[in-house]
Design a binder for this molecule. Sequence first.
Ligand code: SF4
Length: 67
Amino acid sequence: MSNGKLFDIDPVPVTETCRHCEHRQRHQCGGSIIQYCGARKSNRTYNGLLKIKVTDQACPLFKKKVK
Ligand code: SF4
C-alpha cells in the first residue's frame, strides 16, 4: 500500500439508489417486472444476477446512467 488506502473506490453519495445506475436491468416475469443488477452476481437466482430493488442504496459499483 502506497498511500495507506486499502481500496481505491470513489465513495458513492448516500442519496444515490439503484434506480439511476447503469447496471440495473429490468426483466419481465409474467405480469410483473423484476429488477436485477448486471454487475453483481448471485448464486440464488436462476440467471446468476443479484436481485435488487430500485430503492436500494447504491453500492460502490454504482455508475450514473446517462440519458
Ligand atoms: S447494486 Fe450497485 S451496481 Fe448494481 S444496480 Fe445497484 S448500485 Fe448499480
